[in-house]
Ligand binder design. Structure first.
Ligand code: BG6
Length: 487
């Protein structure tokens, strides 16, 4: 859908890693696709260490171009994309510099978007500086995670930003919500009559949500060591996915209907009793190991990480939702760095038939399962039992595949592209509302506190494995196991 009005997209942190890898490539894709961005829309990059526009364009050519278009760059589109880019040199430590930005933006038509691709410590100073030159009116502001370190610090940022921007001007990004299969999960659930009647405790035995990474902490050792997997992945991405899987059908897809339903789920999460933490939460840290044949070092020896660090690089949790639909159904969440594979998926395990007229093979687990894979490939796969050919009635697991790239050859979008277009077009549904964020912090905080108080080190796991054995043992207690081998 084309933006109906013009826009100016102001990118703070214009030379940062996120701008380079995600934001500018996503804007380029929207530009290249044609018709998604108003022709008059401009990108104004803000940075401190670059002399002028010519130098910034050199930087974009050198650093951003390698990250665009897997199938090669369309040079004509690239040249016209560069024409959209303007540059303002601002020292964020110097609020007077914002008059330069005000002058650069004055008289422009359409909506202004301020994208803060900076560290969270700069969010509040930037908002104040924008307000001091009157740029908070008729604007939207995009905040990247991490938004705070705990409930208190997240509230402090939200309070300060909230004094300058109204909630409907604030777009808190969780890029997992922009992934195509997450959208498709909504379509599957609420666009068909087939699944929704089964989507409840009577028919669902358990649900797993995994975000596994092969990557380690890369160049972010220092940040990560003060963060850990629970804050980096669970408080946001995993709980957001969980809330989409578990929510009630919204009245419509407008932003507050969807976010109200997600909030209800987050508020219904069963609080974790500190005495039970050993039973429902596993934390791990990777030691040296190997990934795809290459040796990788231990987390504690990564640059920026304290050698005696007790930060978790792996978390597995058993979560329960206290409502009629989900009472008693365990949701198993898991995420980790340096695991055996890069995969993100949601697995809905349905119950076995209550009685089998077809023999014992109809009671085996592993079928009656829906797997929604977010990455690396985007598929939804429904496993059922079918009769094996030949004599007798032996059942085996087969699957129906919904491979999006076969049905829809055109129009696939990266998460950031979708979310940036939503910001420009004023669609808030895929952004995290303040109350959702608070509810998520409220739920994770007792786990963080308990881990901090317990002084127990995280459980070790070798890089290139699926995490500590305790994560598998937790599921074994419920008669199930992590799905790890499907492709
Ligand atoms: C980010 C985390 O939010 O998500 C990173 O800070 C993580 O640590 C990344 O690597 C994973 O995102 P994706 O889309 O690559 O799975």
């Amino acid at each position: 859908m084309q933006t109906d009005s013009s826009f100016t997209f102001v990118l703070f942190g214009g030379t940062g890693d996120l701008s380079m890898r995600k934001i500018l490539p996503a804007l380029f894709e929207a530009h290249r696709a044609g018709g998604m961005l108003a022709d008059s829309g401009k990108i104004v990059a803000v940075a401190r260490h670059v002399a002028d526009r010519a130098a910034y364009i050199d930087w974009v050519n050198e650093h951003v171009k390698p990250h665009v278009s897997k199938n090669g760059v369309d040079e004509t589109a690239w040249a016209s994309f560069l024409d959209r880019i303007e540059f303002v040199k601002i020292d964020l430590g110097n609020p007077e510099d914002f008059t330069l930005l005000r002058d650069a933006l004055s008289g422009r038509p359409g909506i202004r978007v301020f994208y803060l691709a900076t560290g969270p410590s700069l969010f509040v100073p930037i908002c104040h500086a924008l307000a001091s030159v009157g740029l908070n009116e008729n604007s939207r502001i995009v905040l990247e995670k991490p938004l705070g370190y705990d409930l208190k610090s997240s509230n402090a940022i939200n309070d300060a930003v909230g004094e300058i921007f109204a909630e409907e001007q604030i777009y808190r990004i969780d890029h997992y919500l922009g992934k195509e299969p997450v959208q498709n999960l909504l379509a599957l659930r609420f666009g068909n009559v087939l699944f929704e009647p089964l989507w409840r405790r009577e028919w669902v035995e358990s649900i797993q949500i995994t975000i596994a990474e092969e990557l380690g902490v890369e160049a972010r050792g220092d940040f990560y060591d003060n963060t850990g997997a629970l804050r980096d992945m669970v408080q946001n991405h995993l709980l957001q996915l969980l809330s989409i899987v578990a929510m009630e059908p919204p009245h419509s897809m407008d932003s507050d209907s969807v976010r109200d339903e997600k909030l209800r789920v987050l508020r219904a999460l069963k609080p974790i009793d500190p005495r039970d933490i050993g039973k429902v939460a596993v934390r791990g840290q990777y030691h040296a190991g190997g990934i795809r044949g290459s040796a990788v070092p231990a987390y504690a020896t990564e640059p920026g990480v304290k050698p005696d660090s007790t930060t978790e690089t792996f978390v597995a949790l058993k979560v329960e939702i206290e409502n009629w639909r989900w009472a008693g159904v365990p949701f198993f969440l898991r995420t980790g760095k340096r695991l055996a594979d890069r995969v993100a998926e949601i697995v809905v395990n349905f119950r076995a038939v209550p009685h089998s007229a077809l023999g014992a093979s109809a009671l085996r687990g592993g079928a009656n399962r829906l797997v929604i894979r977010l990455q690396p490939n985007e598929t939804i796969r429904l496993y059922c039992l079918a009769k094996q050919p030949g004599e007798g009635m032996n059942l085996a697991s087969v699957h129906l595949d919904l491979a999006f790239d076969r049905f829809f050859r055109e129009g696939q979008m990266e998460a950031y592209q979708r979310l940036l277009l939503d910001v420009i077009n004023g669609r808030l549904a895929l952004f995290v509302r303040r109350d959702e964020q608070e509810a998520a912090w409220r739920w994770v905080e007792p786990i963080l506190n308990e881990w901090a108080a317990s002084n127990k080190p995280p459980k070790p796991y070798a890089a290139g494995t699926w995490g500590p054995a305790a994560a598998s043992a937790m599921l074994a207690q419920h008669g199930t196991c992590w799905l790890e081998e499907e492709n």
